[in-house]
Design a protein around this ligand. Sequence first.
Ligand code: FES
Length: 98
Amino acid sequence: MMRLTPDQSSHVRRTPLVDFTFDGTGVSGHDGESLAVALMRAGHLHLRDAPEDGGARGLFCCMGLCQECVVRIDGMVVESCRSTVAQGLAVTSLRRQS
Ligand code: FES
């Protein structure tokens, strides 16, 4: 397949990989990148349960408006789309049975 635009992927500079946990499972992400993106890339799409019916919730607006992506870090509930990855971060979901 022919690309219509030049492939610039080799020019993208990434920060070093760091390790953190999500519900006790090891995850890697690039230092300073969006926590939501690192979790999504690792296959963690179900971040919390809806309080009304327990339905799966996850990344939606990607800009801090909907609160669908909230997780817990150090006891605080934060939007994963507005949080950044750092070495040793311990992230937990807001799932009823996690
Ligand atoms: S995805 Fe909407 S607040 Fe994070």
